[in-house]
Design a protein around this ligand. Structure first.
Ligand SMILES: *Cc1c(COP(=O)(O)O)cnc(C)c1O
Length: 362
């Protein structure tokens, strides 16, 4: 029996994508072996690899100016690899601070250049409950790039309008909201996303990079860390995580099957509106710290009146078949992740549980 999985990451995967993997596991398309056991230079794997790239290109309407790359090392490696490729000791880059992940990205950039905080949403309690407004950004037109985190997985905030950064290349960590809806890729010089939130299993990072921006990367760093190395070799310079890419292919094919990102966005908005609706109905019981205009549709955070009630909520939900609700260890409380694999019916089940929980404990 599968549970209703609200994990923040690694997160649930769409059931049809897993079922397809099960069907193909022992004998991939009559080849007598699994896709994991194929050479990454063989025609079977190559077809899967290219299909994953072309599905992502189609779903996100990636323009010909941009290229898809697959890397490893998680989004955390990108915190270091982006500055490694683009900064020099005297070069600056602007960072928009919206949570724990932006802080980690900024820290890594200090090894290579002079990153600057161009805006921060941290409050007096050292928490982030919103994203900065455009008017708060103090951008340096000479910055090498601007770095942002599109969705803040831990604090439950999300940029609903991407910042205007002029001619400076915009770099975005989209680990927890890539593919939640259609976006205008041309606004970004560099997008990266660890797959394990909204796209696939852990072990792979999806990158969409502007080719001109990529070409400006440093050539005096080891080949394995240069984006151009991956681009020139169609992300097959060395052995990629073939099974992770295969699973992403299954997820991307599922998104296409159900109607693409417009349909996915409609479901995600319905899910978020249902859950925030329940929170707002019982606002003194389910206390949501995030300002309404910055609420995330991917990670919804709230606190019950006491720590003990938070714990009871998690344990009773588990008895009702719902897992993954405990908040991040740094913030406590409850976190509900509503990635693409979570269905509208899953959220309806949670909302009805929440209504009953207030009756019982409120
Ligand atoms: C999870 C997450 C990361 C870290 O991803 P790893 O793959 O563990 O390195 C970075 N940024 C955001 C926004 C995340 O949600």
């Amino acid at each position: 029996m599968r549970v209703i999985n609200f994990n923040a990451g690694p997160a649930g995967l769409p059931l049809p994508a897993l079922e397809r993997a099960r069907e193909e596991l022992l004998d991939f398309q009559g080849s007598g072996m699994s896709i994991m056991e194929h050479s990454h230079r063989g025609k079977e794997y190559e077809a899967v690899h290219n299909e994953a790239i072309s599905l992502l290109t189609e779903l996100l309407a990636i323009p010909p100016t941009h290229q898809v790359l697959f890397l490893q090392g998680g989004a955390s490696q990108q915190f270091a690899q982006v500055p490694m490729n683009y900064l020099t000791p005297e070069a600056s880059a602007d960072y928009l601070m919206t949570g724990v992940w932006s802080e980690k990205a900024l820290d890594e950039a200090r090894y290579y250049g002079k990153p600057r905080i161009a805006a921060t949403a941290i409050n007096k309690e050292k928490r982030y409950t919103r994203v900065p407004a455009q008017a708060e950004l103090q951008l340096d037109p000479a910055a090498t790039y601007v770095h942002m985190t599109s969705n803040n997985t831990i604090y439950g905030t999300q940029w609903h309008t991407f910042p205007e950064v002029g001619r400076v290349p915009l770099v975005a960590d989209m680990s927890s909201d890539l593919l939640w809806k259609p976006i205008d890729v041309s606004r970004f010089a560099f997008i990266y996303a660890g797959a394990q939130k909204n796209v696939g299993p852990s072990g792979i990072v999806l990158i969409v990079v502007d080719k001109e921006f990529m070409a400006r990367g440093r050539q005096d760093i080891p080949k394995i860390f240069r984006y151009t190395t991956y681009a020139e070799n169609n992300s097959l310079y060395n052995t990629p995580p073939t099974f992770a890419i295969y699973l992403c292919r299954n997820v991307l094919a599922w998104i296409k099957d159900v109607g693409g990102l417009k349909q996915i966005e409609q479901w995600n908005r319905e899910k978020g509106d249902l859950l925030y609706g329940a929170i707002d109905r019982h606002a003194d019981f389910y206390r949501a710290p995030v300002e309404k205009g910055s609420r995330s549709y991917m990670n919804v955070v709230f606190q019950l009146p006491t720590e003990a009630l938070n714990d009871t909520f998690v344990s009773e939900a588990k008895k009702a078949g719902m897992v993954g609700l405990k908040g991040h260890r740094s913030t406590g409380g409850i976190r509900v992740s509503l990635y693409n694999a979570v269905t509208v019916d899953n959220v309806k089940a949670l909302v009805s549980f929440m209504d009953q929980f207030v009756q019982k404990h409120g």
